[in-house]
Structures are given as C-alpha cells and as structure tokens.
Design a protein around this ligand. Structure first.
Ligand SMILES: [Zn+2]
Length: 448
C-alpha cells in the first residue's frame, strides 16, 4: 500500500501498520518525503488526483473529497486578499473527510467488518459517512456533552454512538479497548498515520492553487492538522513545487472553562505537542492564542461580511490573521488561513449569540429553552423570583409578563413550587420532579 515505507523517527524501524506512534519505542512514525510529478501534470478534481503521493488501494472509498476552493477575502479591508482554504466544502463539512477516505479504504482492503474511532465530533461524523459508503459497521466513542446536532448526524449515517468521559482522551482509551475486544479497525485520528497522509493533501492543493505562499495559519487542536500540513509541504518541496517552506502559525484558544466551544482548537493534552513546537520553530512561525469571545465575534463578522458560515475554530484562525496583519507580522496577500469546518456543527453556539441568550437548546422551541434557563437559575440559586429571573435572562430579550407566565406553567407542571412569599414576592425552589427533569435535560444537551 505504501509508496514509501513509514519509519519511526526515533528507532528507525520500518512500520507496516498505519500507526502514528512506534509500537517499540513510542517515537513518531512518518512517511519519508515523496517526490511526485510536476504541478502541470496533475488535473485536480479530488484528493485522489494526488494519488502519486497517497498509499495505493484497489478500491478507494471516496465521496469526492478534496479539491476545496481557495478563496480570497475581498470586502474586509483589513484582511483584503487573505487566502482562505475552504475545507468545510468537503462531503461532511470537514477536512477530516480526507483522512476518513484513506482510513476506510484501508479498513475495506483489509476486510474489516467493524471500525471504531473517538473524537470530539467532526471526525466521528466523517467516519460514520465513509463507513456507510464502505459498508462497514461503525462505532463512535465521544466525550459527554457534545452538541446534539453532531450526535444526530453520526446516528443518521447508521453509526453506533457511545458517550464516555469528560475529555476526548477518555473516549480514545475506551475506543481502543473496544477495537481490541471486537477485533475492529482502530480509526482514532491521533493514532492512525493515514490521518496525516490524507490531511497532507490540503497543503499540496494550496501550493497548486496559489504561488509564493509565505504564511499558513492552522487551528492547533491535537496538532495533527498542522503536522499534516508540514508533511504535505515536505512532498511539495521534494517535488520542486516550492523553494522554501512557508511559516506555520497555529491558533489555540485562551484557556477558559468554555474550552469545548471550539472543537479542533483545544485538546486536554495535545498528542503531537512536541512535534508541533519543533516545526513552528523550524518554519519560524509561532502559536497565537485567541479569546473565545473574539472568535465568536469573528465568525459572525465573516458570515455577515463575506457570506461564509464557519465553525468557531475556523473563525479563530481568521482572528489570528487579523492580529498578525495589524502588527505587520504577515501580509494578507501571501497568507492562507485554513477553515476547517462548517458553522452548522456549532449551531447552538451561534443561535445563543444571535438570540441574545446565554444558553440555547437546539431542537427545543424558544419557549422551552426559556423554561430550561429558568430551571437552571433556580437550581443554581442565582435567581428565584420573577423580577430577578427577568433581570438574569436579560430584560431586553422578553417582557416580564412572559416570565410570570413561564413560572406559572412550571408550577402547574409540578416542576417548581413556592418556597416562601416575602413582600409580595414568590420565591421558588425546584421540586424533586423539577430536579430530575433538569438533570435529564442537562444530560441530553450541550450545556455550556
Ligand atoms: Zn521506534
């Protein structure tokens, strides 16, 4: 399957299985740079047009991934001519489709009947779709509290979804156990070398689409994307497509409690942290930290000004570019930001911003969402009577009469009850039924 045999960079052993870590010494396994044909010999129609750089399969599993557009920003004067690689134009709306195409091609060739993977969402959705295409059963292990819209997409492709632990690392360990027990193919992106070899086609395409690139900006996450970009540049360099490596910048989220606002930005413990630090140094790039609020603001700005609906992690990359351009550290005309995913996977976050609410429950009506917010306020003892609840929810968002109406409905359903009446104010507490209902709702939804 391999065009060039992967090797461990530490012990130099050849590794046949598609493993990202050496089974003997835990060193990084990497495919040596591949020398391909000249750019003019390639007719780019999908990722597979770059087959000279990819492992060989008899039956590639493809949904026409890759060959995503490279668009230049035109309206925002500070960012004018910044190049955007629209990875959310892939079949399931994420760059992960490139990895899943290779991984499922491999699983199919090896005649696996089952595949198991773990991620914070986009990869799992992609895995589900490609497994469906390959006719292979899929199991996705995900941490608790993922957005319902993501889970529904996995199920829609027929995947079995198992929730495990608070962080993706917990889900990864669980997925590995399942793969072992059920003799299933292990597809977790941080463990599989094909992830890197698939995702590297992004930078090969960028080099084909735009000349003289000096800067590439990438969301950091586990480090697998930026490392893939570097691998693609190695192949481009070996093939004579570029004369020097562009500077690589990674973007991460400033540490807050809302870390999982932005999938593919953060990871409790980045798997490729050391490798990423090394290649940032090597290419003279660096890591940029962006605040969550800035990232959301940028996403809304790009949607309004440029007509692109992107996920928060992608918006963070544009926000980072804006900062670097302002400080004269990079030039927009020779820079490319990689937009990894679609805003559709983060609808809850945007909906809550647009409706001026702190929380939103996707799939619930606006009125049920308000009831949910009221239950939360009472449960957390932040507010327990009509006026204080109205203030907490933001007085401009609704009339106070609506709050009293909600309280009376919640009371008649037996979810809340009057604790005491002081100065004509009814102070509420949750009933046992109210507590149980709230807990069930919190279990179900992406509770930020
Ligand atoms: Zn080794």
């Amino acid at each position: 399957m391999w065009i060039k045999q992967p090797r461990c960079v530490k012990c130099n052993k050849e590794i046949k299985e598609p493993l990202l870590r050496c089974p003997f010494c835990e060193g990084l396994v990497t495919v040596p740079a591949i020398e391909g044909p000249s750019i003019s010999k390639i007719n780019l129609t999908s990722m597979w047009s770059l087959y000279n750089f990819l492992p060989k399969f008899k039956n590639p599993i493809s949904l026409a991934e890759g060959n995503t557009p490279l668009l230049q920003l035109t309206k925002d004067s500070d960012l004018k001519e910044l190049g955007l690689k629209l990875e959310f134009r892939n079949p399931t709306g994420t760059f992960r489709d490139r990895a899943c195409s290779l991984i499922l091609s491999d699983a199919y060739q090896r005649k696996y009947e089952k595949i198991v993977g773990a991620s914070t969402g986009s990869f799992s959705i992609s895995l589900s779709a490609y497994a469906a295409k390959a006719g292979i059963e899929s199991i996705n292990v995900i941490p608790h509290n993922l957005e319902l819209s993501k889970i529904e997409q996995m199920k829609l492709y027929g995947s079995e979804v198992i929730e495990k632990g608070e962080f993706v690392n917990d889900a990864i360990s669980a997925a590995e156990k399942i793969a072992k027990n059920e003799k299933a193919y292990s597809a977790t992106p941080e463990k599989n070398l094909l992830t890197i070899e698939g995702q590297k086609t992004i930078s090969l395409e960028i080099v084909m689409q735009k000349e003289n690139i000096e800067t590439i900006l990438v969301p950091r996450g586990s480090g697998s994307l930026v490392y893939s970009i570097y691998r693609g540049l190695e192949d481009a360099y070996a093939s004579g497509w570029i004369r020097k490596f562009p500077k690589l910048y990674t973007v991460s989220l400033e540490k807050t409690k809302t870390a999982y606002l932005a999938e593919s930005l953060d990871s409790k413990q980045p798997f490729l942290l050391r490798e990423v630090e090394e290649l940032l140094k090597k290419t003279e790039g660096k890591e940029i930290e962006i605040k969550a609020s800035v990232m959301i603001e940028e996403a809304l700005n790009i949607a309004k000004k440029e007509g692109l609906f992107i996920e928060p992690a992608s918006a963070s990359v544009i926000a980072a570019a804006r900062r670097l351009i302002k400080n004269n550290e990079i030039e927009p005309t020779n820079s490319v930001a990689i937009l990894t995913g679609s805003g559709f996977n983060a609808l809850n976050i945007f909906a809550s911003q647009l409706r001026g609410k702190k929380k939103i429950v996707w799939g619930l009506s606006e009125s049920s969402t308000t009831k949910f917010e009221i239950l939360n306020l009472i449960a957390e003892e932040k507010a327990d009577y009509g006026y204080s609840i109205w203030e907490s929810l933001g007085r401009e968002s609704m009339h106070i009469q609506a709050i009293y109406q909600h309280l009376s409905e919640l009371e008649s359903k037996g979810l809340i009850t009057v604790k005491e009446e002081k100065a004509k104010r009814k102070h509420y507490i949750l009933t046992r039924k109210g507590i149980e209902t709230l807990q069930k709702m919190r279990d179900l939804i992406d509770y930020i």
